[in-house]
Design a protein around this ligand. Structure first.
Ligand code: NAD
Ligand code: DAU
Length: 335
């Protein structure tokens, strides 16, 4: 089986490739990544030499670059490639439109022209918008995205749907909740908390800190995606969640406790515009129809994650200097 992974040098893509190389060693894995600020090839340097793995640097929105991969034949495409950070989409939506919408369109068109057995679009619970204190998102919940990021992902989801309905292209969309784990870029909340706390820096908490997210360990998401590749059906949407809701404030306090750092590091800052109040995912369909469920406890996975960052200061310190530092100062310095 030949699988094209787009965006495989980012956080989830890295974890997914490592998972697949270990669990499905006969699969041939091709990773195409543009290596934006979020793509880091260093993540994949430790793949074993027997791994059937190749990497190409390129842009999914560049049709002439992408076409030869389809010409040579692909069984499965799994599209992780995206601009993924909500705050960056608020500052500048353009790359989100180009990669998340136009890039996905290019992949769909090529898949339609050359044929494919499965096309998996890795999407997000954020396409459903925001919940109040009750209820969970099901696959039937209306799409109601609130940020340029989530709107770009929802747009791509709808184009995927149309390619199934119109051309019978076997496209499956997955919508997962907030991931955490090793290799996550420290602009995202959990690695930001850990690395700032280690450096003795303030932890910026937006608004009143009562926004709720449903956290899932990245390995559970990767296991879910492997399951969708093996058993998922074209034209279907599958929600993937951790069934683990926490307010941002509860989360920060847990991590500070694990690190033995004081709550006085918490600093309430200006809220994110359009900040979704709560996400909660109902993944019953994944369990009922595909037999997937989470395998990791949140507390254990959080400890593993904290320890990973404690053991990899060089990895995140290289990131937290230079370009990322400029972004950080601009975003958190805004009034
Ligand atoms: P990430 O930002 O860590 O990685 C994205 C990767 O895509 C990077 O390696 C980047 O270089 C690459 N990329 C960006 N533009 C590209 C382009 N035009 N062509 C080729 N490669 C390009 O993101 P992530 O957190 O790993 O998320 C991966 C996917 O999963 C995204 O589609 C995201 O929407 C989705 N998702 C993320 C989460 C989460 O909690 N992180 C949850 C649900 C869904
Ligand atoms: O729900 C899935 C989504 O989860 C993915 O689609 C996105 O790609 C991913 O980035 C993530 O989006 P969020 O916006 O939920 O994640 P983030 O880590 O940016 O923020 C998590 C929560 O923490 C959110 O309520 C905002 C808050 N936050 C975040 C940052 C960066 C803060 O309070 N302070 C911060 O400095």
């Amino acid at each position: 089986m030949k699988i094209l992974v787009t965006g495989g040098a980012g956080f989830i893509g890295t974890n997914f490739i490592k998972h697949i190389v270990a669990e499905q060693p006969v699969w041939e894995v091709i990773n195409v990544d543009k290596l934006t600020y979020a793509g880091n090839l260093e993540n994949l340097m430790d793949l074993n030499e027997q791994a059937k793995y190749t990497f190409y640097r390129g842009d999914i929105a560049d049709k002439s670059f992408m076409e030869p991969f389809f010409q040579r034949g692909i069984d499965v495409l799994i599209n992780f490639a995206a601009e993924s950070h909500v705050d960056r989409s608020i500052q500048d939506a353009e790359p989100f439109i180009k990669t998340n919408i136009a890039g996905t369109y290019v992949l769909l068109e090529l898949a339609r022209s050359y044929g494919i057995k499965k096309f998996i679009q890795v999407s997000t619970d954020e396409v459903y918008g925001s919940l109040e204190s009750e209820g969970k998102f099901s696959e039937e919940s209306p799409l109601c995205p609130n940020s340029p990021y989530s709107a770009s992902k929802a747009s791509a989801d709808l184009i995927c749907r149309s390619y199934y309905e119109t051309y019978n292209l076997p496209v499956t969309v997955t919508r997962c909740s907030n991931n955490f784990g090793p290799y996550q870029f420290p602009e995202k909340f959990i690695p930001l908390i850990i690395t700032n706390a280690v450096e003795g820096k303030a932890i910026p908490v937006y608004g009143d800190g009562l926004n709720v997210r449903d956290w899932i360990y990245v390995n559970d998401h990767c296991r879910a995606l492997e399951t969708v590749i093996l058993k998922g059906l074209g034209g279907e949407v599958y929600n993937i969640g951790g069934n683990n809701e926490l307010s941002n404030l509860e989360l920060v306090k847990k991590i500070l406790y694990l690190l033995g750092k004081p709550d006085t590091l918490i600093q309430f800052v200006k809220d994110r515009p359009g900040h979704d109040q709560r996400y909660a995912i109902d993944s019953a369909k994944m369990t009922r129809e595909l037999g997937w469920q989470t395998a990791y406890s949140f507390e254990d996975a959080l400890m593993v994650t904290v320890n990973w960052y404690l053991k990899q200061p060089d990895w995140w310190k290289r990131i937290k200097t230079g370009v990322y530092q400029d972004y950080y100062n601009k975003w958190y310095g805004r009034v």
